[in-house]
Design a protein around this ligand. Sequence first.
Ligand SMILES: [Zn+2]
Length: 65
Amino acid sequence: MAVPKRRVSHAKTARRHAQWIKSLKGPELTVCPHCSEVVMTYRACPECGYYRGRVVGKLGKEEEK
Ligand SMILES: [Zn+2]
């Protein structure tokens, strides 16, 4: 098993953590092409149930004929 040669300094640790914290932001948001509601990407729209041009799940049943 690999063993660290030197103890990592506080500065180095802080720099690494600062980098990682940058990636902590909110979920990716987009606008639903069907009802123009703000929705999370790669998720079915909670308003109309549309995802990739069709209804998925029980939401949006009134859209079907
Ligand atoms: Zn929608």
